[in-house]
Ligand binder design. Structure first.
Ligand SMILES: *Cc1c(COP(=O)(O)O)cnc(C)c1O
Length: 401
């Protein structure tokens, strides 16, 4: 299955199923709901797992299978399960491994709907959840109980870009035999491969960088063959959060350019972050590529580069932040990230609105935080756009003074 140990080659070739009938270069799109059996016995054998072959697209599809095998290779995992959305991946990974009475330890700061799933849904089903500040490993260790089964985190954290020490967290999870799940959406396997640190399951919103073109919502879970089979057969099959073959096909297309896209996103984001850091109206920049950031020391260790998402806060209140967003011309006001288009959003009122204000502030996500996803446009155009809007903040401020 491994065509090369180099991820740029894997992104194009891993998991490729040759089209023996016509020799199609591009992955054939099997846009079909069901698969025809030769006879009743064959159907029965496939359901019994005694014969390989596809049955029905909710249970598996050849186009989807290529995406799964490709991403598993890229993450250095045995297998993968593609899902309808990133939240399908997060919920699939959690639901398959937690039952009533089990305890889950999760990072306090995570993507807003992941928080909502854990805080508002899992708790309804008798799963106990403790949210901790994972920048201090002792907090995690102190919250482990006999019933603790799973640990869930993301790094860098959406939206405040705090980096967690995933090497130490991976070790701690192993020591206590916890199932460790990490959301690797922000960095992708190009920049971070949590399998190296012993993580059991890696989830992604494939909506973001993996697809990269803003035209799909999807997710994927990577893990051991045994864990992936368990997730597919228990949760995905019955709850039905499986991906559409057409979306899998689009992601396979997007993945081919993932290595070069990510490289450019990182280069441009570094330049944009440095621009923001020196602007007089910017109060704080949250980007691990800046030396002053708490995540900087992890670059070259657990992550190759800082990625393409930046958080920042301006000198001013929410109203000024909103006005700044409204003045942007090239950046689109939209949630999501990892697209060719640069995007800007306000986490407190948008992606992280499932948190109450108190919970959100406690998780280190301020009211004035603005999150940008640096796209693939000419970087000086992006800077000019940010500058014209930031300069107006300083102008209005000077008027007040
Ligand atoms: C967007 C996002 C998700 C959810 O993904 P969807 O595809 O929107 O369901 C989960 N985790 C992170 C870090 C995200 O950015």
């Amino acid at each position: 299955m491994t065509v090369s140990k180099h991820i740029a080659t894997q992104a194009i070739h891993a998991g490729r199923i040759n089209d023996e009938q016509f020799g199609s270069l591009a992955t054939p799109l099997y846009q079909t709901s069901t698969f025809v059996f030769d006879n009743a016995m064959q159907g029965a054998n496939r359901f019994a797992g005694e014969e390989a072959g596809f049955i029905y697209t909710r249970l598996g599809n050849p186009t989807t299978r290529q995406l799964e095998m490709r991403l598993a290779a890229m993450e250095g995992m045995e297998d993968a399960a593609a899902t309808a959305t990133g939240m399908g991946a997060v919920s699939g990974a959690l639901l398959a491994n937690l039952s009533a009475g089990d305890h889950l330890i999760a990072s306090k700061a995570v993507y807003g709907c992941s928080y909502a799933l854990m805080a508002h849904q899992l708790t309804k089903w008798g799963i106990e959840v403790t949210f901790v500040d994972m920048t201090n490993i002792d907090n995690i260790e102190a919250s482990i109980q006999p019933s603790t089964k799973v640990i869930f985190l993301e790094s860098p954290i959406n939206p405040n870009l705090v980096v967690l020490d995933i090497e130490s967290i991976g070790k701690l999870a192993k020591k206590h035999q916890l199932i460790s799940i990490i959301d690797n959406t922000f960095l992708t396997p190009i920049l971070q491969q949590p399998a190296q640190f012993g993580f059991d399951l890696i989830v992604h919103s494939a909506t973001k960088y993996l697809n990269g073109h803003g035209d799909v919502v999807a997710g994927i879970i990577c893990g051991s063959a045994e864990m992936i089979s368990h997730i597919k057969l228990t949760v995905l099959k019955d709850i039905g959060a499986t991906i559409s073959p057409h979306d899998a096909w689009l992601i396979l297309r997007g993945l081919k350019t993932l290595p070069i896209r990510v490289e450019q996103h990182c280069k441009s984001a570094q330049i944009v972050a440095e621009f923001l850091a020196q602007h007089p109206m910017v109060d704080k920049v949250h980007y691990p590529g800046l030396k002053e950031h708490q995540g900087y020391k992890f670059i070259g260790k657990q992550m190759k580069a800082a990625g393409g998402v930046i958080g920042f806060e301006i000198k001013g209140d929410i109203a000024e932040g909103t006005a700044l967003i409204n003045r942007m011309k090239l950046f689109s006001i939209a949630v999501s990230l990892g697209d060719a288009e640069s995007l800007i959003q306000h986490p407190a009122s948008m992606t992280h609105s499932p948190y109450s204000q108190e919970e959100r502030l406690d998780a280190g996500i301020s009211d004035t935080l603005i999150r940008i996803s640096v796209g693939l446009e000419y970087v000086e155009d992006l800077i000019a756009d940010l500058k014209q809007s930031l300069d107006q903040v300083s102008n209005s401020d000077q008027r007040v003074a």
